[in-house]
Design a protein around this ligand. Structure first.
Ligand SMILES: [Fe+2]
Ligand SMILES: [Fe+2]
Length: 174
Protein backbone atom coordinates (compact mmCIF):
# COMPACT_ATOMS: atom_id res chain seq x y z
CA UNK A 1 0.00 0.00 0.00
CA UNK A 2 1.31 3.42 -0.95
CA UNK A 3 1.79 6.22 1.57
CA UNK A 4 -0.01 9.48 0.84
CA UNK A 5 3.18 11.41 0.00
CA UNK A 6 4.32 8.74 -2.42
CA UNK A 7 0.83 8.50 -3.97
CA UNK A 8 0.83 12.24 -4.60
CA UNK A 9 4.36 12.16 -6.05
CA UNK A 10 3.63 9.18 -8.30
CA UNK A 11 0.58 11.03 -9.61
CA UNK A 12 2.79 14.06 -10.27
CA UNK A 13 5.20 11.79 -12.16
CA UNK A 14 2.34 10.45 -14.29
CA UNK A 15 1.66 14.07 -15.15
CA UNK A 16 5.33 14.75 -15.99
CA UNK A 17 5.49 11.72 -18.28
CA UNK A 18 2.25 12.88 -19.96
CA UNK A 19 3.82 16.29 -20.49
CA UNK A 20 6.82 14.54 -22.06
CA UNK A 21 4.41 12.86 -24.53
CA UNK A 22 2.94 16.16 -25.72
CA UNK A 23 6.32 17.94 -25.66
CA UNK A 24 7.93 15.32 -27.91
CA UNK A 25 4.90 15.13 -30.22
CA UNK A 26 5.07 18.92 -30.59
CA UNK A 27 8.81 18.70 -31.29
CA UNK A 28 8.07 16.01 -33.88
CA UNK A 29 5.51 18.30 -35.53
CA UNK A 30 8.01 21.19 -35.60
CA UNK A 31 10.70 18.96 -37.14
CA UNK A 32 8.20 17.71 -39.76
CA UNK A 33 7.21 21.27 -40.62
CA UNK A 34 10.89 22.05 -41.32
CA UNK A 35 11.37 18.90 -43.39
CA UNK A 36 13.63 17.23 -40.80
CA UNK A 37 12.07 13.80 -41.26
CA UNK A 38 14.71 11.84 -39.32
CA UNK A 39 14.35 14.08 -36.27
CA UNK A 40 10.54 14.07 -36.61
CA UNK A 41 10.62 10.27 -36.48
CA UNK A 42 13.00 10.35 -33.48
CA UNK A 43 10.61 12.54 -31.49
CA UNK A 44 7.57 10.50 -32.54
CA UNK A 45 9.28 7.39 -31.12
CA UNK A 46 10.29 9.33 -28.00
CA UNK A 47 6.65 10.31 -27.48
CA UNK A 48 5.61 6.63 -27.78
CA UNK A 49 8.21 5.71 -25.15
CA UNK A 50 6.99 8.42 -22.80
CA UNK A 51 3.44 7.11 -23.08
CA UNK A 52 4.77 3.72 -21.95
CA UNK A 53 6.55 5.42 -19.00
CA UNK A 54 3.27 7.03 -18.03
CA UNK A 55 1.30 3.79 -18.34
CA UNK A 56 3.86 1.83 -16.35
CA UNK A 57 3.33 4.22 -13.41
CA UNK A 58 -0.43 4.11 -13.97
CA UNK A 59 -0.44 0.28 -13.80
CA UNK A 60 1.85 0.19 -10.78
CA UNK A 61 -0.44 2.50 -8.83
CA UNK A 62 -3.45 0.36 -9.72
CA UNK A 63 -1.60 -2.79 -8.60
CA UNK A 64 -1.01 -1.23 -5.18
CA UNK A 65 -4.71 -0.35 -4.85
CA UNK A 66 -4.11 3.39 -5.33
CA UNK A 67 -6.13 5.49 -7.75
CA UNK A 68 -4.04 7.15 -10.48
CA UNK A 69 -5.20 10.72 -10.98
CA UNK A 70 -4.61 12.36 -14.33
CA UNK A 71 -4.03 16.08 -13.93
CA UNK A 72 -3.95 19.01 -16.30
CA UNK A 73 -1.05 19.04 -18.73
CA UNK A 74 0.67 22.32 -19.66
CA UNK A 75 0.88 23.22 -23.33
CA UNK A 76 4.43 22.69 -24.64
CA UNK A 77 6.38 25.32 -26.61
CA UNK A 78 5.57 25.18 -30.32
CA UNK A 79 8.74 26.45 -31.98
CA UNK A 80 12.49 26.40 -31.61
CA UNK A 81 15.24 28.32 -33.40
CA UNK A 82 17.05 25.30 -34.79
CA UNK A 83 17.60 21.56 -34.41
CA UNK A 84 20.28 21.98 -31.76
CA UNK A 85 17.90 24.01 -29.61
CA UNK A 86 15.29 21.24 -29.84
CA UNK A 87 17.74 18.58 -28.72
CA UNK A 88 19.20 20.82 -26.03
CA UNK A 89 15.70 21.48 -24.66
CA UNK A 90 15.09 17.72 -24.70
CA UNK A 91 18.34 17.07 -22.82
CA UNK A 92 17.43 19.66 -20.18
CA UNK A 93 13.93 18.21 -19.88
CA UNK A 94 15.31 14.70 -19.34
CA UNK A 95 17.71 15.99 -16.67
CA UNK A 96 14.72 17.48 -14.87
CA UNK A 97 12.86 14.16 -15.13
CA UNK A 98 15.93 12.35 -13.74
CA UNK A 99 15.84 14.69 -10.74
CA UNK A 100 12.11 13.98 -10.24
CA UNK A 101 12.84 10.24 -10.26
CA UNK A 102 15.65 10.73 -7.71
CA UNK A 103 13.23 12.63 -5.47
CA UNK A 104 10.72 9.78 -5.79
CA UNK A 105 13.40 7.24 -4.83
CA UNK A 106 14.27 9.38 -1.82
CA UNK A 107 10.64 9.39 -0.63
CA UNK A 108 10.33 5.62 -1.19
CA UNK A 109 13.40 5.09 1.01
CA UNK A 110 12.14 7.53 3.66
CA UNK A 111 8.80 5.67 3.76
CA UNK A 112 10.60 2.29 3.77
CA UNK A 113 8.54 1.33 0.71
CA UNK A 114 11.02 -1.10 -0.84
CA UNK A 115 8.55 -2.40 -3.42
CA UNK A 116 8.19 1.08 -4.90
CA UNK A 117 11.92 1.61 -4.51
CA UNK A 118 12.47 -1.56 -6.55
CA UNK A 119 9.89 -0.47 -9.15
CA UNK A 120 11.58 2.91 -9.53
CA UNK A 121 14.95 1.36 -10.38
CA UNK A 122 13.65 0.77 -13.93
CA UNK A 123 13.19 4.55 -14.26
CA UNK A 124 16.63 5.24 -12.81
CA UNK A 125 18.19 3.05 -15.53
CA UNK A 126 15.91 4.52 -18.22
CA UNK A 127 16.92 8.10 -17.32
CA UNK A 128 20.58 7.16 -17.53
CA UNK A 129 19.91 5.85 -21.07
CA UNK A 130 17.95 8.97 -22.04
CA UNK A 131 20.67 11.35 -20.87
CA UNK A 132 23.40 9.32 -22.58
CA UNK A 133 21.44 9.16 -25.87
CA UNK A 134 20.75 12.89 -25.96
CA UNK A 135 24.29 13.86 -24.97
CA UNK A 136 25.57 11.68 -27.85
CA UNK A 137 23.24 13.43 -30.32
CA UNK A 138 24.25 16.88 -29.04
CA UNK A 139 27.95 15.93 -29.34
CA UNK A 140 27.39 14.94 -32.98
CA UNK A 141 25.49 18.13 -33.74
CA UNK A 142 28.35 20.15 -32.22
CA UNK A 143 30.91 18.16 -34.20
CA UNK A 144 29.14 19.02 -37.44
CA UNK A 145 28.39 22.67 -36.71
CA UNK A 146 31.59 23.67 -34.90
CA UNK A 147 34.20 21.56 -36.65
CA UNK A 148 32.66 21.05 -40.05
CA UNK A 149 31.44 17.89 -41.76
CA UNK A 150 34.97 16.46 -42.01
CA UNK A 151 35.29 15.48 -38.35
CA UNK A 152 31.81 13.98 -38.34
CA UNK A 153 32.58 11.88 -41.42
CA UNK A 154 35.89 10.70 -39.91
CA UNK A 155 34.13 9.70 -36.71
CA UNK A 156 31.44 7.76 -38.58
CA UNK A 157 34.10 6.04 -40.65
CA UNK A 158 36.07 5.04 -37.51
CA UNK A 159 32.82 3.75 -36.00
CA UNK A 160 32.09 1.69 -39.13
CA UNK A 161 35.63 0.28 -39.27
CA UNK A 162 35.50 -0.57 -35.56
CA UNK A 163 32.25 -2.48 -36.07
CA UNK A 164 33.79 -4.35 -39.01
CA UNK A 165 36.88 -5.22 -36.96
CA UNK A 166 34.72 -6.37 -34.05
CA UNK A 167 32.60 -8.62 -36.25
CA UNK A 168 35.65 -10.26 -37.89
CA UNK A 169 37.22 -10.86 -34.44
CA UNK A 170 33.90 -12.40 -33.35
CA UNK A 171 33.86 -14.66 -36.45
CA UNK A 172 37.39 -15.89 -35.66
CA UNK A 173 36.42 -16.60 -32.08
CA UNK A 174 33.38 -18.77 -32.87
FE1 LIG B 1 9.97 9.29 -19.35
FE1 LIG C 1 12.32 10.39 -21.41
Amino acid sequence: MLGSDLTQKLNAQINSESYSVVLYLQMSAWCSSKGYDGCANFFRLQADEEKQHMEKLFDYMLETGALPQLGQIDAPPTSWNDVREVFHATFEHEIKISKDISDLVEVAIAEKDFSTHNFLQWYVAEQHEEEFKLKSILDRIDMITAEGHGVYTIDREVCRLTQQAESSVAKERY
